[in-house]
Design a protein around this ligand. Structure first.
Ligand SMILES: Cc1cc2nc3c(=O)[nH]c(=O)nc-3n(C[C@H](O)[C@H](O)[C@H](O)COP(=O)(O)OP(=O)(O)OC[C@H]3O[C@@H](n4cnc5c(N)ncnc54)[C@H](O)[C@@H]3O)c2cc1C
Length: 548
């Protein structure tokens, strides 16, 4: 039997027996074969001694069982690590942040407690995944739309607790931001509800977030202060339609105005869906003449050649593009797009393309047409096609997963150029292809509208040396990013301490507060030790070395 660190064999055996009494023999897992299913399939340490592994897993069926399991763990000081659907691939998957923890697997708690069509919310347990909710809405003919991430076998609670996001209106696509009220089991096993839900007979728990007094929900996201057993989420009443329009602009310097105007359109709600910026002339795909290929071969992301602008103007190829999306009544979307075009026309030479207007509810013909993630997720239709892109399938060199280096940068054209100068230079020095100056990196999207999210994907391989290099480069890139005031919005356990150490303003005052709260609400330090660099007192030495 594997043992959690610091727990003796007899205590662990006693605790396991008690877990079994609570959840039943079938729902406590201790064999290596079972525990292998709780390994991080995308671990940057896969196959190495530092890979995080579970010592056991326990799968309760309701909140009372969760409470009893937590009380037992607290009595024996056994580290536990809660997961919901446990599919946070790229960000730790279902493995504990502290190796040897017992995984508290909440997948069996998969009840959809309530969906209100009139007031556009739902209340769910942690095991409810995006397919479950979609099916429920379809079967009951409920005209609400679920905002989805790309990988839909995850679930509403786990995704939101790791600050996951999707594609629709900003108030829904920030999944934690769209939650309203939660039920939490604390480290002593006590069951607590937040917001209006704290009133025993509350009628508005999933409708008004704050209740009265301090708002505490935030500490349960990317934190380790409790086990979340229910959450309310606001949902989007099915709109009449969805529409995307693209603007293209011809000159290098147009990026600044493009981002400024798009930002205005987003902040004022004129464009209310997901948006992105692109660089058609800096991409080899789509433009195929030899002159262009020669330019692309010489591309230096640190300092773009004026030849690109000349080429773009001469050939009528756009330098930059911006995509805006819209949800709502078709008439209104069209008017909003017209207004957006008017504003964007301030950039000389701007041209516009319009996508199809999709009308909800979408029928089977749409499923045929929009088989891919890009087509389906913005319409609230779950899919797993995103996994076919590079990981397995027909890929002749399948990887063993990936990690994202994804700094959040300011929403300006200048920040995009700076990102490329900084990481292009780093790539030139290290030769690591992810940061190569020969490809210009556009941010993936306007994260939550107000900032850009840059994405550098690192493949992981069944090759210890290669993965070691990935980790070293990732850490150095993170340090470099922090020097420029940028950090990740999310990461996997292998890098938590490296990243959290950068949030050091005023002698790490933020982490000091986190730790003070941790010591008060989880004095034995049993809950999700190490998550986002937050360690209980007795394990804090594990990251203190990095705090200088
Ligand atoms: C190809 C690909 C594409 C992806 N695209 C997206 C995307 O578009 N958007 C996106 O957001 N993500 C994306 N992901 C990442 C990930 O797959 C999803 O975010 C997924 O929803 C997270 O897994 P989950 O919902 O099962 O959460 P879980 O794995 O259950 O939870 C995540 C973490 O939250 C904490 N936690 C979970 N439940 C509880 C609880 N009840 N109490 C306390 N703490 C808890 C745990 O620390 C856990 O490790 C993608 C991944 C891949 C591989």
């Amino acid at each position: 039997m594997r043992l959690p660190p610091g727990v003796n064999e007899k205590d662990f055996a006693d605790a396991i027996r008690q877990f079994e009494e609570v959840v039943g023999l079938d729902w406590v897992f201790t064999s290596d074969e079972d525990l292998d299913t709780y390994r991080d399939g995308y671990s940057p340490y896969q196959g190495e001694s530092e890979e995080r592994i579970a010592s056991a897993a326990v799968a309760p069926d309701d909140v009372e069982e969760v409470s009893k399991v937590v009380k037992i763990a607290n009595a024996y000081r056994i580290p536990i690590y809660a997961i919901s659907t446990g599919r946070d691939m790229g960000y730790g998957h279902c493995a504990p942040a502290y190796s040897g923890s017992v995984v508290l697997d909440l997948k069996r708690m998969d009840r959809i407690i309530e969906v209100s069509e009139t007031n556009a919310y739902c209340v769910v347990e942690p095991g409810v995944n995006y397919f479950d909710m979609y099916r429920y809405l379809q079967e009951k003919g409920i005209r609400l739309i679920l905002n989805l991430p790309d990988a839909n076998w995850g679930g509403l609670i786990g995704n939101s607790l790791d600050h996951g996001n999707g594609y629709m209106l900003p108030e829904y696509r920030d999944h934690f931001g769209s939650h309203c009220g939660m039920e939490v089991v604390l480290a002593n096993g006590e069951i607590m509800r937040t917001g209006m839900g704290a009133i025993p007979d509350s009628k508005v728990g999933p409708q008004y977030k704050y209740g009265l007094g301090p708002y505490v929900d935030g500490i349960f996201s990317q934190g380790n202060y409790g086990v979340v057993t229910k959450m309310g989420f606001w949902m989007y009443p099915m709109p009449e339609g969805y529409f995307r329009g693209t603007v293209q602009v011809p000159r290098h310097d147009d990026l600044h105005r493009l981002v400024e105007i798009m930002s205005y359109l987003l902040d004022s709600g004129i464009s209310n869906g997901f948006s992105s910026v692109g660089a058609p002339v800096l991409r080899s795909a789509g433009v195929t003449d030899l002159e262009h290929l020669a330019l692309i071969e010489k591309l230096d992301a640190r300092n773009l050649s004026p030849e690109f602008e000349k080429y773009a103007l001469r050939k009528g190829v756009a330098y930059w593009s911006g995509t805006l999306s819209f949800y709502g009544p078709v008439k209104v979307m069209k008017a909003q797009w017209e207004y957006a075009k008017e504003k964007l026309s301030a950039i000389p030479g701007a041209t516009f393309q319009e996508g199809d207007t999709i009308r909800f509810p979408v029928g089977p013909d749409y499923f045929e047409k929009a088989g891919t993630t890009t087509g389906r997720t913005p319409c609230g239709i779950p899919t797993l096609t995103t996994f076919g892109q590079s990981i397995r399938g027909r890929n002749p060199t399948p990887t063993m997963g990936h990690v994202w280096f994804s700094p959040v940068i300011p929403r300006t054209g200048e920040a995009i150029f700076e990102l490329n100068r900084v990481f292009g230079q780093y790539g030139a020095e290290t030769g690591f292809p992810q940061f190569s100056p020969s490809s210009f990196r556009m941010p993936m999207d306007f994260l939550g509208n107000r900032v850009f999210l840059a994405l550098f994907g690192f493949k992981l391989m069944a090759d210890v040396e290669y993965n070691r290099k990935v980790r070293a480069v990732y850490r150095e890139a993170a340090r470099l990013g922090a020097e420029h005031g940028w950090s990740e919005y999310r990461s996997c356990a292998s890098f938590y301490d490296d990243l959290m150490v950068d949030f050091s303003y005023n002698n790490h005052s933020l982490m000091c507060l986190h730790e003070t709260v941790k010591d008060a609400v989880d004095p034995n330090g049993i809950l999700s030790a190490g998550r986002y660099g937050l360690w209980p007192k007795h394990l804090r030495h594990m990251k203190d070395a990095k705090r200088s």
